[in-house]
Design a protein around this ligand. Sequence first.
Ligand SMILES: Cc1cc2nc3c(=O)[nH]c(=O)nc-3n(C[C@H](O)[C@H](O)[C@H](O)COP(=O)(O)OP(=O)(O)OC[C@H]3O[C@@H](n4cnc5c(N)ncnc54)[C@H](O)[C@@H]3O)c2cc1C
Length: 408
Amino acid sequence: MNSFDVIIIGGGPTGLSTAITITKNSELKPVVLEEHSEIGNPLACGEGISRDKLLTLENMPRISQDDYSTELKLQKKHSFIEREIAYQRFFFGKSGVATSHLNTVTIDRPEFDRQIAKEAEENGATIKLNSQVIGITRNAQQLEISTQKEKYIAPFVIGCDGPSAHSVKMMDLSPPKEYVQGVECKIDGVHTDALDFYFNFEKFPKMHYGWVFPKRRHTNVGVVTDTASKPRKILNEFIDYLENPNLKESEIFKEIAGIIPASGPIPKRYCDNYLVAGDAAGMTNSIFYGGIAIGIHTGMLAGEMAIKAHEAQRFDEDFLSEYQTRMDSFPYSDPVIQEAHKIIYSKFSPADLDTFGSLLNGWDITEISNFQKIILLLKALKKPSNLRRINEVRTVAYGFSKSRDWGF
Ligand SMILES: Cc1cc2nc3c(=O)[nH]c(=O)nc-3n(C[C@H](O)[C@H](O)[C@H](O)COP(=O)(O)OP(=O)(O)OC[C@H]3O[C@@H](n4cnc5c(N)ncnc54)[C@H](O)[C@@H]3O)c2cc1C
């Protein structure tokens, strides 16, 4: 039996971030159990992230502000940065295009994950590959973890096992209720200079949105759909819809697909001897479905709680409940994001989306000023049917402002 202070299930950004926090701030010995034979492979990701979060969140792969002085310098030094992008475009059917100016970056996600893993190992964490967790049982005051090959024991376990949330189910907590699926192809050549998001509920009733993200030498084109649809077929139709002959004729050299939790934070993210973080806890931005930055941050919170629990020798759920209270104080947990998600993807009809697009057409929505709000109201008042939707539009705008820095 292998004994550790903390067992972390899953070697994605959340689990690796948890390991870094623990090893940097304590003498505790954590082990990360990862089912695959390498970190960062396989994985599915659009690879877009907020530059602010990349620079300011603890446990992100290290970059200093100076490294941003020239893009070239940055690219040479840090191979996980692919491209800096100064703006986003939101296409609403044929009715309008809005922009925002958030500094974002596209990354080489496998390399990004490998760099976090390197930092965790350099700080003293043990990473065990080919170690799929298949069972968790209670053994006195500890949890016993079984992989196909070995058994591990620890007083504290952190589930960072991604969207399928197996450990959450093993601990009898409620996993995410709702998922979407994402499918993406990587296409030769750079076919845009913005992060582009396409919404069209009339042409694509099952598609939440389509994305076109530029990388250093290629473009990621993908769609998020509900789980009952055939996403690969929708992606083909989406590529046709883009009407970009260069894109259409370029070679697709890789395809990826995965699921993303879409129902917001699971109701309970702790129990005796156990916490859950990242995708496994439902912690994604359910407007755009990004989760890297939230995973890194909730992993950090889980790591801090593990240290506190060890110091106090308290692993009971009363003591651990503070973890969820802290997590709920950050903007990514705000229920308005989930409300906005429901309005956009369940309530908005194609006609509502058209109205939304025509109201915002030509606007920069990075920060909507009070003056713009008045203009928006006046524009909306021109059509009595818009009034019905004005509160919803406000909720969507508020949800967007809360969630926008926390992933794409
Ligand atoms: C198509 C797609 C596009 C996306 N695009 C973006 C984007 O552009 N920007 C963004 O911010 N986010 C994006 N996301 C979401 C992002 O990828 C996730 O939110 C992020 O990876 C969550 O990190 P995590 O560590 O919690 O989970 P994961 O990255 O899923 O890591 C979980 C790890 O646990 C391992 N594991 C699972 N079960 C077990 C087990 N039983 N035993 C041992 N190991 C196990 C897995 O192998 C995996 O390595 C996208 C997701 C998809 C599917």
